[in-house]
Design a protein around this ligand. Structure first.
Ligand code: ZN
Length: 242
């Protein structure tokens, strides 16, 4: 693949004509199999201004996506959870491990023996990773509860449900009905989490996104459009993680 001219050429048997795809990390010229390279470069030269403008637009979009995570996991930091934000309190303890508790707000119990050897940034990282594993466990509990609620309704029983760290998807349903859910969904409103699980459960019966599939989703989750809308709007921020 040559990229010295600032774009990559990708051949596609489905491309009828040259198409330019601009994403956050690359510019691609998607060309029909037989189009001569010379013609591709010629076309890209003509469209150089358009490509520049598209790159700027994509970059502006990337810049406008802000993380839900606090800059530092310190006393009073705001932690996103189930569509809201909760204050973090930090207490020193004599235990051996960091413990997270949640009740109106988040509390991190930090062992004195750990904290005395850490600077501010290291302590923040330790609390962050304790929170992330706490969130993963919560996501698993939540997913199990929703599956118990919905699986019997239309006999949509998954073989397993796993909580995963995924960079680009919210959930998936494999051919043997193993469902994966992104742990970050626990940061979204509970109704959004619920919708994504329902969506994957419905794939047990409909392995596509046909009208029949969406009708099945709507039977379980009549306001699913609203939850999809939430993911469209805030999903990129959510994907930035904690
Ligand atoms: Zn789907």
């Amino acid at each position: 693949m040559n990229n010295h001219q600032g774009y990559q050429i990708r051949r596609s048997s489905r491309a009828k004509r040259l198409r330019i795809v601009v994403t956050a990390d690359k510019v691609e010229a998607v060309a029909p199999l037989r189009m001569p390279e010379r013609k591709i470069h010629q076309f890209m030269r003509i469209r150089a201004g358009w490509v520049e403008a598209a790159k700027n637009e994509v970059q502006q979009h990337v810049d406008s996506v802000t993380s839900l995570a606090p800059a530092s996991y310190q006393q009073g930091a705001l932690i996103p959870y189930q569509g809201a934000q909760y204050k973090l309190q930090i207490y020193m303890t004599r235990e051996k491990q960091i413990k997270i508790a949640f009740e109106q707000c988040f509390t991190a119990y930090v062992p004195e023996c750990i904290s005395k050897d850490l600077n501010q940034r290291e302590l923040s990282q330790q609390i962050q990773s304790a929170l992330i594993s706490w969130m993963g466990q919560e996501a698993a509990k939540q997913a199990a509860a929703y599956a118990d609620k919905y699986a019997p309704m239309y006999k949509l029983t998954p073989r397993s449900i796993s909580i995963k760290a995924q960079k680009s998807r919210w959930g998936s349903c494999g051919i043997h009905n193993d469902i994966n859910l992104n742990w970050l969904l626990i940061l979204a409103p509970a109704a959004v989490f619920e919708y994504v699980l329902i969506h994957e459960l419905c794939h047990i019966e409909q392995r596509n996104h046909s009208a029949a599939f969406w009708a099945l989703v709507a039977r379980h989750c009549p306001d699913y459009q609203q939850q999809r809308g939430w993911l469209k709007r805030y999903g990129a921020s959510l994907m930035l993680g904690l």
